[in-house]
Design a protein around this ligand. Structure first.
Ligand code: ZN
Length: 352
């Protein structure tokens, strides 16, 4: 332990600052909060603010600590990128400039501060031996809330159903995140509550968190008839390195690809052949990449150029996390093309 992650005991209702910013200032940096519950023999874990511009989770935690209720079991909460979140104007930076993304530092620890924070937080969370972990995030584009798990097994669907009705099966592909590092030690899911800054996303986080902390038996809390829509086989759609990208309703001059500025309306819908993605610029060749499980680029199976310079959808897929922000599309990805699997019924009580 290097002491980069502070540990603090907080009781529900006990002297919590009025504003979420005041609360983050009181934490002073990455922190693990220990909140006593009615049953002191069991623990549930929450992590949030691993990205400094994703406020729904920390807002929900703050409101819960201020107003209650007392949780059914002890709860440990890891709050990550406090410094990035506090940078003016607040909740504007995913991570501090020039520093790595904290949520890529858990499996192979990054050098420096973020690596040390990730290692320490992981050690603390594993040592707590929680029944489950829920990691609360926001997306940059409009989307219904959804969960991401390493497989669509019943324990993870159950956990997800406390928050959302959509689930993406990542098939265990690691991005170095906290949930990847936890692996199969205990059930853990990422919950993408919805677009950062939206009231709907804050509501998904708040209502889900209340269900998660108050359920006397977590595995009985998911309604037997709750149905979760499961998407799988995600193919990450990228723009080729060096691509100049714009988002607009008509082709922009001087760029390689213009995408429609409301691509996020695709999210969790079934995208059909012929739908317009955008327009090619002149000259620089095919700007899209989409790597499937075998490492083959299937971008030309998903999308097709027209003689008039448009790019249209070539085969149906279910869209997840399509973004409207060019800098996010270039730095990360444009979105994921998934396959809709049959709806599953969560509620099988035993996480395996
Ligand atoms: Zn995030």
């Amino acid at each position: 332990m290097t002491g980069r992650v502070r540990e603090a005991a907080w009781a529900v209702g006990g002297g919590v600052p009025d504003t979420v910013t005041g609360f983050l200032r009181a934490l002073g940096g990455p922190a693990v909060l220990r909140v006593p519950g009615r049953d002191r023999t069991r623990v549930r874990a929450i992590s949030t603010l691993l990205h400094g511009d994703e406020p729904s989770g920390i807002r929900a935690v703050h409101r819960w600590l201020k107003d209650g209720p007392v949780p059914a079991t002890d709860v440990v909460v890891f709050v990550g990128a406090v410094a990035a979140a506090l940078e003016p104007p607040g909740f504007a930076l995913r991570h501090l400039p020039g520093r790595p993304d904290l949520n890529r530092c858990f499996v192979t620890p990054c050098a420096g501060e973020e690596g040390a924070i990730a290692a320490e937080a992981l050690e603390t969370l594993l040592a707590a031996r929680p029944e489950a972990l829920v990691d609360l995030h926001n997306t940059s584009g409009r989307t219904p809330g959804f969960a991401i798990g390493r497989s669509a097994r019943s324990g993870l669907l159950c956990l997800a159903s406390l928050f959302v009705r959509n689930f993406m099966d990542s098939r265990g592909r690691s991005i170095g995140s906290l949930v990847d590092a936890v692996g199969d030690r205990f059930p853990s899911v990422v919950v993408e509550c919805g677009r950062m800054g939206s009231a709907e996303a804050d509501q998904v986080a708040g209502q889900g968190l209340a269900r998660y902390v108050t359920a006397p038996d977590l595995w009985a809390a998911c309604l037997p008839d709750a149905r979760i829509q499961v998407l799988g086989d995600p193919v990450r759609v990228l723009v080729a390195p060096g691509t100049r990208l714009a988002a607009a309703h008509r082709p922009e001059a001087g760029v390689d690809l213009t995408v429609l500025p409301d691509l996020d309306r695709w999210n969790f819908s079934d995208v059909q052949p012929g739908q317009l993605l955008g327009w090619l610029g002149s000259g620089r060749g095919w700007p899209l990449r989409a790597w499937n499980d075998s490492g083959r680029d299937v971008s030309r199976e998903l999308f097709v150029p027209t003689p008039g310079g448009e790019v249209r959808v070539a085969r149906p897929f279910s869209a997840v996390m399509f973004t409207t922000r060019p800098e996010r599309a270039v730095g990360d990805c444009l979105g994921y093309a998934c396959r809709r699997l049959s709806p599953a019924t969560p509620g099988s009580p035993t996480p395996r």
